[in-house]
Design a protein around this ligand. Structure first.
Ligand code: ME8
Length: 526
């Protein structure tokens, strides 16, 4: 069985889960579900990043220990996974003893190989991001943090450093040979541009905080949080202990899915560390853009943050699957930010899910109920939809397009291919009007053929869309008497699909998926 490995960033425990975290993890979940349906052996990793100055400071402000703060907030991140229907295979915490031990082993290895050394460094430091910038970059940023807007500070320290500068050429060659390593395209160009500006060595340890993993044999030195955090992708698989462990087979990752603000770490520092370790590099770093809210950057002071209570209110009103549909089809997958607006959410919900998906499922199941006593009619020789240019083959092509798009992490395309199958059903019903034909007994055979094809097509649509809307798609399949295991049986090696997943005579239940909702938005103060 082929393996598939996908990761989210590990989230800082000094924040509460919000739309951004939910979004990245949902994208990974969609891919993981799609790959599992294809019978791949999937490892979907998420977790929490728990060390560093920020956690130390927030804990002190609350009069609790950093470990207590980390335990509390990490538990909250884990709790919401279930609430969002997220099916991660493992949840890593950087305070796990096994992670800490492996990080020390790996850093020691880099030291022994000569890629980590003790040195003095002076530079422009972003305290909020715990990140140094080169003089050129700092000037470009007007000596302010691009994230918090606070001034960069001049800092100097004696630290252990990683010889990032030694990998300039190797990284440039790697980027040239692997055009899909960083996606989307716009982001890749940014990285290549910055790479050309030259590389500076980066700290591996810090001495200004104590809440972290101690550097082996170097009292006072704590491993820099970014080194600690990036290594989670390896320690979760037990990689420091070699390639014999039960999870080692998942290496390297197919997709590290992240937000655009942490691309440099993932696209340059991480690969250079792996080159130094002589480990295989991930296949793709996918850096999406940001959600903004009602046209503005989300901020606590503006009160427009799409936080957990707001998301829960959307789930309660529109359903979790509707939320996931909006995330995947309208989210910032490409190089531009996406605006979350209550009105837009409502419009998409009504157009795609109520008027199209639910409407087709409800009409098809209702007509089978009314005209065929709730049993799927057997097709006859007269293949109406086939004869009339509305080839049923288009449905199967739609499914194959969706599968291929999931594999390539083109999630919006996958969603649209799935919805395209539903639109095929919509067109067939609107064009043939089987509800009118059914008034003439002589046309009942043709009506049976039409509804037979529509029912099969809806099952393929639900199959194509289930990674995004698992609950509603399984509900549709249940109404039509089949399961995802059944639809998978029809997927052959070379991506050929056998038609007719529902046997003739199957009992069909009336299918109600998404209810029409009043006006946009969720209750204020949610
Ligand atoms: O950066 N829109 O953790 P973090 C979309 N611990 N996605 C968003 C978003 C928004 N407005 N805001 C946040 C860290 N995200 C480090 C990562 S990885 C080795 C260490 C998502 O808690 C997006 O995926 O700040 C972003 O990269 C991530 O949350 C940052 O989470």
């Amino acid at each position: 069985m082929s393996t598939a490995y996908i990761t989210t960033p590990i989230y800082y425990v000094n924040d509460k889960p919000h739309i951004g975290h939910a979004y990245t993890t949902t994208l990974c979940d969609v891919w993981a579900r799609a790959m599992r349906w294809e019978r791949k052996d999937v490892f979907f990793l998420t977790g929490t990043d728990e060390h560093g100055v920020k956690v130390e400071k927030s804990a002190a402000a609350r009069g609790i220990s950093p470990q207590q703060l980390a335990d509390e907030n990490s538990a909250e991140f884990r709790r919401v996974l279930g609430q969002f229907g997220l099916t991660n295979d493992y949840f890593i915490r950087t305070t796990d003893a096994d992670h800490k031990r492996q990080v020390q082993t790996i850093v020691k290895r880099l030291l022994d190989k000569g890629y980590v050394y003790l040195g003095k460094f002076e530079g422009w430091y972003d305290e909020g991001q715990e990140e140094y910038h080169t003089e050129t970059k700092a000037k470009e940023l007007d000596y302010k943090s691009p994230i918090s807007g606070k001034p960069l500070v001049r800092a100097s320290e004696e630290n252990y450093y990683f010889k990032l500068s030694a990998f300039q050429k190797q990284l440039e060659d790697f980027f040239a040979k692997n055009p899909n390593f960083v996606r989307p395209e716009g982001r890749r160009n940014e990285v290549i541009g910055r790479l050309r500006g030259g590389l500076q060595d980066v700290p591996v340890t810090r001495t200004n905080f104590s809440w972290g993993i101690p550097m082996p044999d170097a009292p006072g030195h704590v491993i820099y949080v970014w080194i600690d955090a990036l290594l989670n992708y390896a320690t979760a698989l037990g990689r420091a202990d070699g390639t014999a462990g039960p999870r080692a087979k998942y290496w390297p990752a197919d997709y590290h899915v992240i937000g655009k603000e942490i691309l440099w770490f993932h696209a340059v520092i991480w690969p250079a560390m792996l080159m130094a370790l002589e480990w295989e590099l991930p296949k793709c770093v996918y850096a999406h853009s940001f959600w903004i809210s009602e046209g503005q950057k989300m901020s606590k002071s503006l009160g427009n943050f799409i936080d957990l209570p707001t998301i829960e209110a959307y789930h309660a009103k529109y359903s979790l699957d509707a939320w996931r549909w909006y995330m995947v089809t309208q989210g910032p997958l490409e190089a531009t930010d996406a605006d979350f607006s209550a009105k837009h959410f409502h419009e998409i919900y009504t157009a795609d899910l109520v008027n199209t998906f639910a409407n087709c499922a409800s009409r098809t199941s209702a007509m089978i109920g009314k005209y065929f006593d709730g049993k799927l009619p057997a097709p006859t020789d007269e293949w109406v939809t086939e004869a009339d240019g509305r080839q049923y083959r288009q449905v199967l092509d739609g499914l194959i397009d969706a599968i291929e798009a999931y594999e390539a992490f083109k999630l919006r395309e996958a969603a649209l291919a799935g919805l395209g199958i539903v639109r095929w059903v919509d067109l067939v019903i609107n064009e043939y009007q089987p509800f009118k034909m059914a008034k003439d007994p002589e046309q009942m055979e043709a009506v049976g053929n039409i509804l037979h094809d529509c029912a099969q097509a809806l099952c393929w649509a639900a199959t194509a869309l289930h990674p995004i809307m698992p609950t509603k798609c399984e509900e549709l399949l249940r109404c039509f008497g089949v399961t995802l295991q059944d639809t998978r049986e029809f997927l052959t090696e070379e991506l050929g699909i056998e038609p007719d997943v529902i046997p003739a005579g199957t009992k069909i239940e009336k299918c109600a998926l998404f209810m029409r909702m009043e006006g946009p938005g969720v209750p204020a103060g949610a």
